[in-house]
Design a protein around this ligand. Structure first.
Ligand SMILES: [Cu+2]
Length: 123
């Protein structure tokens, strides 16, 4: 009985917390092996301030090349999603086959900065 009461309180507390703008989805997904990537999409649980968004795309490996030094991919723009909860990194040219890590950062509507790293493989 007490346990059920405490659980009810805990669930209520979770329900009334303001939505944090954490990342809910990316495309490509983390760890995915994909083809023909010309955009990288991030979807958040709550609005983010696209004007504060930053990203670095780094190629970390390439087929047939050992000791590939980290290589920054420069040609992209950051485009906000129409609903305010998404960001798209729009590449000028599709990514060539290799391994990539994207470091991203953006402030939520509450001003709290979120950061993350996304790694995937282009085949
Ligand atoms: Cu390379």
């Amino acid at each position: 009985m007490l346990l059920r009461f405490l659980l009810a309180i805990a669930l209520t507390a979770v329900a009334v917390l303001p939505a944090q703008a954490q990342l809910v989805r990316s495309a490509p997904a983390a760890g995915a092996a994909v083809r023909a990537v010309s955009q990288i999409d991030f979807a958040f649980a709550a609005p983010v301030n696209a004007a504060t968004a930053g990203a670095q795309i780094v190629m970390t490996a390439m087929p047939g090349m050992t000791d590939h030094p980290p290589m920054a991919i420069k040609g992209f723009t950051i485009v906000p999603g129409a609903d305010g909860r998404a960001l798209r990194l729009k590449l000028r040219k599709p990514l060539v086959p290799g391994d990539y890590t994207v470091s991203w950062s953006v402030a939520g509507a509450d001003g709290k900065r979120l950061t993350g790293k996304l790694s995937f493989k282009v085949q």
